[in-house]
Design a protein around this ligand. Structure first.
Ligand code: RUQ
Ligand code: CUA
Length: 672
């Protein structure tokens, strides 16, 4: 019977089997019902219903998948260089990865957040955080490209980020590592943590029209670890909640020393109050250094600016700005229900899930029902803010999202399961295993005011025995559950790029019709653009050579260049003259200490090349663009430094010479 089920299931969709890979029949029967394939089958040529934006973790990138098929649509380079797309290799994109430390080619992207209007996704942008060298990126969903990156001073390990308010007024970033503030002497003994280390929350404002980010202000908080956060919404709009661990303020062996206390904190921040203080001039100007990088779609170039000032509000001095809610035990996720009434704290080491009531919090504050203060910040009484506890939910709760029927879904790393519970009566309704050790989960629209509630995806850390072995490193994976019924139902496994942490699911209709198809040539304001082959040329400025080049099916102009000399720096500025969707040209050059360029229609990109030897160097198009793609090639002649070979360039005119007629060569024997 077991085998029969598996066979039936096989027949339903061969494609599905390919996706599931090594999934054992035994497992399949335990977890997959026969209609799963039908639920996830998206016929060839058909679109998926949702986009799934998934963080890449230590890959530093973000990827877009289609759901319910699990098809990978695109890897979007954000914080790491990507040779496939020339990101971080072309002269135009290098400034995107500039920081106050200089060029940083890699980072660790954990969380994604889609921009919101009125608490629902608006499909304009998706934000990502960099954990290593603290930054926040904005990706434009018209182009699926990184449009802006802002670095964060006074921060380290930007984990509690990039969470945003219901109208994208702010993107926030809470520092994971507390550190001595940037304008103090950081050269202090590590064990002076309690005295010298501070935790900083950054509030980045986002301009409604174009998404432009500015570091509006920071709040200086006690030194411990900020882990995750969520904005209030609906009734709790105007507040932000941050989970904090290591309130023990340990600076060594945190696995023991930061697990001492029964309760850590959720920090509640009244950001409307912060705005008042800011207006009233209560902030302190601090001199810092941070990079702010912007990509301009008309010049097709990024610029990086180093900024030198930030305004800091002090949580100790400014009253009614911050409150601590005690939360058991080393909280990780801190999630707010769709109505904004409930705040869920997920203590990694806690046996229950506390659910706090926003109205109760306000009452507690009003009644000054405090159990003390921590570095000047009132600590509210746990019992007074608590709405209730979810009992025996599972082991190691991490993250919670919500559906449209009043239910919450929490991931449990240790017991490796997703647990569904009711927000009102806090009763556990259902639990399903994950394969294995789920970190984040996401529900379609699960952090909005109006969740979709059709699908849930679990992002798993361990996949032993789920896929064909690939050496010591196995793929991380996502698992798709149908949550439309009373019982959650596993319907698909799919491997992911990098290590996924948080992800979000948005309806495809919100995004797909806004897609940029190509860049308009007549809007190309790149300094070295060649608008048409007539504009192509090669210009020497001392030891720098600028090649104004074009690409069109199926040739480069020029494709013969002579007179390049050792010691030159050569810049190939390649403009793609195509004006049609999905006709990129590539550009590669032999021996270049660089990646290819991948140039979209109407765009100009630049590859810098320093020849390392005398000789003949081929160039070619790397993207199969036409039937004659393989003909899309050329040569660059490199001569010794002192050579008098003149600088020449041509397309189609440098015809074969009869042997012996080469310039400067006199060979009587071959003369006719
Ligand atoms: S954190 S599970 Cu950045 Cu939860 Cu990954
Ligand atoms: Cu252009 Cu291949």
């Amino acid at each position: 019977m077991k085998n029969l089920n598996f066979k039936q299931w096989l027949f339903i969709s061969i494609a599905f089997v390919f996706l599931v890979g090594s999934c054992k029949p035994k497992n399949a029967n335990n977890t997959i019902s026969a209609d799963a394939a039908l639920k996830t089958y998206v016929a060839p040529g058909k679109y998926d219903e949702f986009y799934n934006f998934v963080s890449g973790g230590f890959s530093g990138q973000m990827s877009a998948y289609g759901l319910p098929s699990g098809r990978l649509l695109r890897v979007i380079p954000v914080f790491s260089v990507d040779p496939e797309k020339g990101y971080g290799f072309s002269e135009e994109t290098k400034p995107m990865l500039n920081t106050s430390h200089g060029f940083v080619p890699w980072d660790d992207l954990h969380h994604v957040q889609l921009s919101k209007t009125n608490g629902d996704y608006d499909g304009k942008w998706v934000f990502g955080n960099a954990n290593n060298t603290p930054r926040v990126a904005r990706i434009d969903l018209k182009t699926f490209r990184t449009a802006e990156i802002i670095e964060l001073p006074n921060s380290a390990g930007n984990h509690s980020s990039p969470f945003l308010t219901e109208n994208t007024e702010y993107v926030v970033a809470g520092t994971r590592f507390s550190v001595p503030p940037d304008d103090t002497n950081g050269d202090v003994p590590i064990n002076t943590y309690k005295k010298n280390f501070k935790g900083t929350l950054s509030f980045i404002s986002v301009k409604k029209e174009d998404g432009k980010m500015e570091l509006a202000f920071q709040i200086q908080c006690p030194g411990f670890n900020f882990d995750l956060s969520r904005a209030g919404k609906g009734v709790s709009h105007g507040w932000f909640f941050f989970s904090c661990y290591n309130t023990e303020q340990a600076n060594t062996l945190l696995e023991v020393n930061a697990s001492q206390k029964d309760k850590d904190f959720i920090l509640a921040v009244n950001w409307k109050k912060a705005e008042e203080y800011l207006k009233a001039g209560k902030g302190r100007k601090q001199s810092v250094r941070y990079a702010h990088n912007t990509y301009n779609e008309n010049t097709h170039s990024a610029t990086s600016e180093i900024k030198t000032e930030v305004i800091v509000l002090d949580s100790k001095e400014l009253k009614d700005l911050c409150y601590f809610i005690p939360c058991p035990k080393s909280p990780h996720g801190c999630d707010v229900s769709p109505t904004g009434e409930y705040i869920v704290g997920s203590g990694k080491l806690a046996a229950i899930i506390p659910v706090f009531g926003f109205a109760k919090m306000l009452k507690t504050i009003q009644a000054k029902d405090f159990i003390g203060t921590f570095e000047g910040i009132p600590v509210l009484k746990y019992e007074s803010v608590l709405y209730g506890e979810v009992k025996k939910p599972g082991l190691g709760p991490l993250h919670t999202e919500f559906d449209n029927k009043g239910n919450a879904y929490t991931s449990f790393f240790v017991s490796s399961e997703v647990v569904k519970w009711n927000i009102k009566d806090l009763k556990v309704l259902d639990r399903v295993p994950t394969y294995y050790s789920v970190g984040h989960l996401c529900v379609a629209g699960g952090d909005t005011k109006n969740p979709n509630g059709k699908y849930l995806v679990a992002y798993n850390k361990i996949t032993k025995d789920r896929y064909l072995p690939t050496g010591p490193e196995l793929s991380q994976s996502a698992q798709l559950y149908d949550i439309s019924g009373d019982k959650m139902q596993l319907i698909l496994d799919f491997p992911t790029i990098g290590e996924p942490h948080y992800a979000q699911i948005a309806p495809a209709d919100l995004i797909k019709n806004n897609s940029t198809k190509f860049y308009k040539l007549d809007e190309n304001k790149h300094k070295y653009a060649s608008i048409g082959e007539g504009a192509t040329k090669v210009v020497r400025e001392g030891k720098t050579v600028h090649v104004y080049m074009t690409a069109i099916r199926s040739h480069f102009s020029p494709d013969n260049i002579e007179g390049i000399k050792m010691g030159d720096d050569v810049y190939f500025h390649v403009t793609n003259l195509e004006q049609d969707w999905d006709v990129p040209h590539g550009f590669g050059i032999k021996g270049a200490a660089n990646a290819e360029l991948l140039i979209m229609p109407g765009e100009t990109q630049t590859l810098k090349w320093t020849p390392d030897r005398v000789g003949m160097v081929p160039i070619y198009c790397t993207d199969f663009c036409s039937a004659l793609h393989q003909e899309m090639q050329g040569y660059v002649r490199v001569s010794p430094a002192g050579s008098n070979v003149p600088l020449t360039f041509s397309l189609g005119t440098n015809m074969p010479k009869v042997e012996g007629e080469e310039k400067g060569e006199k060979n009587e024997k071959n003369k006719k």
